[in-house]
Design a protein around this ligand. Sequence first.
Ligand code: 5RP
Length: 225
Amino acid sequence: MDPKESAGRAAAARVEPGMTLGLGTGSTVRWLIEELATRHSQGLSFTVVPTSRQTAELAAEYNIPLTDINTIEKLPLTIDGADEIDPSGHLIKGGGGALLREKIVAAASDYLLIIADEKKLVPALGQFPLPIEVIPFGHRQVQDQLLWSGLFAQVVLRQAGERTFITDQGHYILDCKVQRPLSNPYQLENQLRSITGIVETGLFIEMADEALIGYTDGRIEHIFF
Ligand code: 5RP
């Protein structure tokens, strides 16, 4: 089985009857949704807070009940994917462009369970370009500032075909390749947060509680942070 599929399907067992949970975005989460749809059709009742339009549309196709994040105070669980996971459980997210809603939902959750294939485990974050969400007004100035900062070797405005990629919140994304793997993600996050025009970064520091990793040999590993 595809390791993303085995991780996604295995995570469905964590959904308890009557639960309202956060539901992430991406190809691993698609497998989770498929498995949840089967369990829902077999009588498991639960409600999801989606982290993107894509996830909301997919869940709705399967008749999975959805609710708005503003209707809840706290979520007991959110299950989401990641682009990179370091040994401390710090993450890079946003490859699918949903990082802002994903971070809001993760912050509102008591427990963040990450589902991923083994390729996402890295000794240090930074091979994957860090997605940074910016407002369209003055995005060029933010891009220049990030380049001049010396923090990044490359800062690329994300495209969707011929057009600029637009997030669910109507923002742009700058994909930023760090000069070298991150020894101190806290420092980078603080530096980025002080730049006007940046809405959010794809660095998820101290947010994940557990990673459920699928391996090509069929194994599933649980890593606790
Ligand atoms: C979307 C994300 C995804 O969780 C991340 O890109 C992983 O995706 P996939 O499961 O397709 O590898 O952060 O914004």
